[in-house]
Design a binder for this molecule. Structure first.
Ligand SMILES: Nc1ncnc2c1ncn2[C@@H]1O[C@H](COP(=O)(O)OP(=O)(O)OP(=O)(O)O)[C@@H](O)[C@H]1O
Length: 561
């Protein structure tokens, strides 16, 4: 058995383990159905050559076997489909849970299009495979039953058949290894295609504005990828078809051989040969079905390999990051008075041909209730510092202390629940996630305060629309963070998309109002006109932090333009 096949078997067995009872029942029912089909054939064959004609015993046997065939098939179909669907559901849940619990660094490193292809396409390939598995299992049982009957009829003729089947299997095995290559190339091209799909959806505007890029995207990327998929897929299928044709040729060669024997045989032997040919012709159906499933096996094997890679990649969940309220770690609800970064360092891996970005060592102490601005040049490390502060990135060295106590992994998830964030690449959920006792009415009040009440309302705990301008969407995100009532708020260039008037409202009304409520605000800002609003300001340049002592003096309030 090849390494791939044993790997596939191991994975299948692992996936089947929780459903072993239904799977065993379905397999036994399928086997019974297959064997009953073979026995039906034997019964028919026997009655055709019987001198006693049709007896009650024969009719009873026929009916019993027919019922077993039918009921076994139904149980096998339903059982295997149920097991297949449960496996798919558990794969989907398992992978989603892994992605939800993986460290952000891993999510950022694994490209989204690869993740989507695995989650959608690979799981759907396995779903198709499990759907066809029931028919495959029954076909195997029918084939084995027929083989047993053929062996009983004539061991010599059976031996000839087995040699032919063995030769056919060798050809199919060879086709499988060749076909796998084609399917593997197909799968790589599908990854690329997914990437191009994202580009034509997310880059729709840009592609309309740039004809050469649009044409290049269509002809050199999408058409090239789809062409590669067709060619590689067909390459795989052609090899399988050739092996199939070889198998069929062998099959008819054996039948031809039997016909020659039949013409020379004595009359009692002729009955045996006739029966043998009848069964052999019947078994061609299930045999073809088994062989026809091999390309699907090959594709399912590749899909499983990709899913295993994805699963392996996200195999080290963040400690304490739970998906179950009952197992929430410590630290939630603890009033945060100070957060201290002590000699904290972090580095990204070096990009190809470039230098690694290193942040730190950073020493920073944040007091509850203050407004801290993080400023500095693009690429200076502001967002990276925020991610470290939020515990989204783990420091390579140094310590984060909360209320003077080092932040341990099991407190991390609880610690993060004290923050509400709006990143520059934030995601706007349309449902409001409110703590108990806060009514959407409260949200309506904030919609008015943020001047978008005429566009959006709250209905059934959701915003009625998120189809708004960029600046308005950000105001909606601000409402989320506001009504959630979390004590620490993090804004990554929140005001960048706001008009001058609302920018003023944000810095001179909203931030002071939040401070007055006792909230701590950490804001990345390039708006030097409003630096005076901060209690403290730090600047990052090339990963190094410096504290500015000019917040109250250097940037005096400016009149609104
Ligand atoms: N996911 C990543 N993988 C590798 N390197 C990264 C990644 N994100 C950021 N970097 C590197 O880290 C540096 C700091 O990035 P960061 O986003 O913290 O900068 P910033 O100060 O927030 O910039 P901006 O003002 O442009 O938002 C960048 O120069 C970039 O080279």
């Amino acid at each position: 058995m090849s390494e791939h096949t044993s790997g596939l078997l191991r994975t299948v067995m692992h996936l089947l383990r929780p459903f072993w009872l239904v799977a065993t029942l379905a397999t036994l029912a399928g086997t019974a159905s297959g064997l009953a089909t073979a026995s039906l054939l034997a019964t028919i064959n026997h009655s055709l050559h019987s001198s006693t004609g049709i007896t009650n015993q024969l009719i009873l046997t026929f009916v019993v076997l027919f019922v077993v065939t039918l009921v076994g098939e139904i149980i096998s179909d339903i059982g295997n489909t149920l097991v297949g669907q449960r496996i798919i559901a558990s794969l989907r849940n398992d992978l989603s849970a892994k992605i939800l619990r993986a460290p952000i660094v891993e999510i950022e490193r694994y490209q989204p299009h690869r993740m989507l292809t695995a989650l959608n396409q690979d799981i759907s390939t396995i779903s198709n495979f499990t759907f066809g598995f029931s028919g495959f299992a029954i076909a195997v049982a029918v084939t084995l039953g027929c083989f047993a009957y053929m062996c009983w009829l004539s061991p010599i003729m059976f031996l000839v058949t087995v040699i032919a089947v063995a030769l056919g299997s060798i050809a199919t095995g060879w086709a499988r290894s060749k076909g796998m290559r084609g399917f593997s190339i197909t799968r790589d091209a599908e990854d690329q295609l997914q990437k191009h799909y994202r580009s034509i959806i997310e880059g729709a505007k840009e592609l309309r504005m740039h004809r050469p890029r649009r044409i290049d995207m269509y002809t050199n990327k999408i058409q090239a990828a789809t062409r590669r998929i067709v060619e590689a897929f067909m390459g795989g299928v052609v090899v399988f078809c050739a092996a199939n044709a070889f198998g069929s040729a062998l099959f008819f060669f054996v039948i031809g051989l039997l016909l020659v024997l039949h013409s020379d045989a004595a009359s009692d032997q002729q009955a045996t040969i006739g029966g043998f040919v009848l069964v052999l012709l019947y078994v061609k159906g299930p045999l073809t079905q088994i062989i026809g499933q091999f390309p699907m096996f090959a594709r399912a094997q590749i899909a499983m390999k990709r899913l295993a890679e994805l699963s392996q990649r996200f195999n080290s969940p963040e400690t304490g990051l739970t998906l179950d309220e009952q197992h929430a770690g410590d630290g939630e609800g603890e009033a945060i008075k100070t957060i201290e970064l002590r000699a904290v360092k972090f580095a990204f891996p070096a990009p190809e041909g470039g230098n690694a970005f290193v942040l730190g060592p950073i020493d920073l102490c944040l007091q509850a209730g203050e407004i801290l601005f993080i400023t500095g040049e693009n690429g200076g490390g502001k967002t990276t510092l925020i991610k470290l502060l939020l515990g989204l990135y783990a420091p390579a060295s140094g310590t984060i202390l909360v209320n003077g106590v080092p932040l341990s992994d099991d407190r991390l998830d609880g610690y993060r629940q004290s923050f509400a964030t709006i990143f520059s690449d934030y995601f706007l959920f349309d449902e409001l996630s409110l703590p108990e006792g806060v009514l959407p009415d409260e949200a309506v009040k904030y919609l008015e305060r943020l001047e978008i009440a005429n566009k959006v309302t709250v209905k059934d705990g959701r915003f009625t629309t998120t189809d708004l301008s960029t600046g308005q969407r950000k105001r909606l995100a601000l409402i989320h963070t506001w009504v959630e009532g979390r004590p620490l708020l993090v804004f990554d260039e929140w005001a960048a998309d706001q008009d001058p008037e609302f920018r003023r409202v944000f810095y001179t009304e909203i931030l002071p109002a939040l401070k007055q409520q006792g909230r701590t605000v950490i804001a990345i800002s390039h708006d030097d006109r409003y630096f005076h609003v901060a209690d403290r300001r730090v600047t990052l340049r090339d990963g190094q932090m410096a504290e500015n002592r000019d917040t109250a003096t250097a940037s005096a309030p400016q009149p609104v333009a």
